[in-house]
Design a binder for this molecule. Structure first.
Ligand code: GRG
Length: 259
């Protein structure tokens, strides 16, 4: 668990949780716990995604993948333990926050829904079941808005909930995070063909036999789609005014990543 969590990753999802909570006036130890829970779910998803039965990846965050460093048995247990710890942290955190608008159940349910068959797991299952020749843009968008986008959405939404944000502000964050998440996946597809393993810290060229945004649209088309989605993300922040600037910065970071 420690190995998976402490590798030099970008911490993009927990940063999103913290930025959103801060935007709505909440910071501190409890919000940090909620953000850590989000990163634990992400770390679990990376462990599982890298397993020989899934992507069979050798490197992650510049180091051997968890199953190569510690064995497949330990990798499975570490992933499950991270996932369970994440739920516990959100439950404890929500209780300590004693929010007016959201219950602890609301937050746990939100996280569970983002991970389950309507989220990461569903997206991954569909990805595994799809043949490259059957893939079109709408199926690819569906897969990645679940496999990758759902955790970005949960990261933003849990940040808003932890800060007791109004329901309409929560919806603004959902829209922003949905578009940011999909754009991030496109930047990931771009890096798979444009960057070196040293730059990304993981195997590149892994998507060679798969349908990706770059395969379907080409490098320029994928960049255009990512820019369009980031445009939607930034546009959805209009009701929040100037205080949403850190989220605009985050969108710029994702755009530059795919350049
Ligand atoms: C039970 C949580 C859980 C998941 C099971 C395996 C699986 C279902 C889903 C896979 C989801 C996945 C790994 C999607 C890819 C998302 C992606 C682009 C990961 C790379 O994220 P970065 O670049 O990684 O933010 P770092 O290392 O920087 O954190």
């Amino acid at each position: 668990m420690h190995y998976a969590l402490t590798g030099p990753g970008k911490r993009l999802r927990p940063v999103l949780t913290l930025l959103v909570a801060d935007l709505f006036g909440s910071r501190g130890e409890v919000v940090l716990d909620v953000a850590c829970a989000v990163e634990m779910v992400h770390a679990c998803s990376l462990i599982f995604d890298d397993l020989p039965s899934m992507d069979d990846a050798q490197r992650r965050r510049g180091r051997p993948t968890v199953h190569l460093a510690h064995g497949e048995d330990v990798a499975l247990l570490a992933g499950l333990a991270l996932l369970n710890r994440a739920y516990a942290l959100v439950a404890e955190g929500a209780q300590r926050l004693a929010l007016r608008r959201y219950t602890s159940e609301d937050m746990i349910h939100h996280l569970a829904a983002a991970i389950g068959t309507g989220g990461l797991i569903g997206g991954q299952a569909l990805d595994l079941a799809s043949r490259p020749e059957d893939m079109d843009l709408s199926l690819l968008e569906y897969i990645h808005s679940h496999k990758t986008g759902a955790l970005f959405m949960a990261a933003g939404e849990l940040g808003a909930m932890a800060a007791d944000a109004k329901r309409r502000d929560l919806e603004v964050i959902s829209r922003y995070a949905k578009n940011l998440g999909l754009a991030f996946q496109i930047s990931d597809d771009l890096l798979d063909v444009l960057a070196t393993p040293e730059e990304t810290g993981k195997d590149t060229g892994k998507d060679a036999g798969k349908a990706t945004f770059v395969k379907l649209l080409g490098v320029d088309g994928a960049r255009t789609l990512a820019a369009e989605l980031l445009g939607f993300a930034v546009e959805s922040l209009v009701p929040l005014g100037k205080k949403a600037e850190p989220l605009r910065e985050l969108a710029r970071f994702v755009e530059l990543r795919g350049r």
